[in-house]
Design a protein around this ligand. Sequence first.
Ligand code: NDP
Ligand code: 2IT
Length: 448
Amino acid sequence: MSTHSETVSSIYQQIVDRNPGENEFHQALYEVLETLSPVLEKQPEYAKNKIIERLCEPERQIIFRVPWEDDNGEIQINRGYRIGFNSALGPYKGGLRFHPSVKIGTMKFLAFEQTFKNALTGLPIGSGKGGSDFDPKGKSDNEVMRFCQSFMTALYRHLGENTDVPAGDIGVGSREIGYLFGQYKRITQRYESGVITGKSPQWGGTWIRHKATGYGAVFFCEEMVRAVHNEELKDKVAVVSGSGNVATYAMEKLRVIGAKVIACSDSSGVIIDRNGIDVDTVIHIKEVERARIKTYLDFHHDAEYIDGGNIWDIPCDIALPCATQNELQQADAITLVKNGCIAVCEGANMPSTPDAIKVFQQEGIAFGPGKAANAGGVASSALEMQHNATHGSGFEYSEERLHEIMNHIHRDCCDTAEEFGEPHNYVLGANIAGFRRVANAMLAFGII
Ligand code: NDP
Ligand code: 2IT
């Protein structure tokens, strides 16, 4: 073991001891730290200035009570979080997740990942994440509104267009963003559009924001498959896990470029449609009916539904995990390889477990890690912030701009992987390229 890998192991152990029980945070840390030794060797100023130790400690962590009244007049209590992880490159930036599984370790893993992702975009955004263990499923619009108002009443004092700028994530879409912004505006008496992103285009949003993560993941995947296999996505068979915001628009873009998406899912089961998943039906089910993906059968009688099924068992050329963390495990990776899959590109955050990633790397599968592949969403958020700062004048944000940003991120990861002697290792490339950008800014600021 080199001195630098010993340094990294000991830093990892110290952080684990300081943050007991936060398994997802430990996992995200491990995946990044295990790739950083070569850059510490090459640029000793990072170790000397304890950049890694500083970068792994969030700048601030806010935890708050969120009381609200349900439709039966019962008082409910949830817990809210907002982590400001790193502001070396700009205001804290990252989404809000409303899901019953949310814990402090979930928030920290997501905010930590966001640090590298946001740096990779090359745009002036720091990193953050927030959310609550509130479950929007089965709640009425009024309940969701009351919850959002209470959440924002506790959080607003910590936000600001130059301080901390939330957006959506699992369970937080345009409905929730509307309620959150409305309450912020009401309490502060400021129409501060740039305080939240993912807004509707009618009041300060950009039309492409809700499509950007999914589209961006497909643009990244397209470049990666060209670079690693010298192949095109056209005519490839794809499966996409999830059926939410990211999955839906990944499917839409795959269809447009001529790939055939035959399956998607939710946490209850898998839909297989050999004619190609009809994205408009998925949008209708998820955004209008707010129903389960099983309902797809009501619209497409030829489709098949597997209750509790595993989407990774379905043979495909391309797999896009777009649902949630740790949804693709080692056994799934082995199945995908056995079935001839050539590329896995992460639309979700940390959907593949470390042992699944090792399988992909050993078997020569092109693997795009989420912090690079799903950066299109936050990149378009940063452009929305710029748009808001101009008060809506003279700014045009197009799909071409998103495409350019994703190609640039892809190139950055490739070049960095090559520089460190590991061509096509996108995990190493993304981690080191993102790390260097944040680390260099931190060095410039002195000991803060
Ligand atoms: P949504 O809430 O819109 O959709 C989440 C989807 O994933 C739903 O279909 C949900 O199904 C499904 N899902 C959740 N858990 C599981 C599971 N265990 N197995 C199968 N399906 C599951 O969220 P998003 O699409 O916004 O987010 C998806 C992922 O993408 C997350 O990892 C998020 O952090 C990441 N991401 C999101 C960005 C954004 O801009 N929204 C940007 C970058 C990354 P069900 O309804 O049953 O829960
Ligand atoms: O994980 C993510 O990058 C997001 N949920 C989007 C964050 C944002 O601020 O747009």
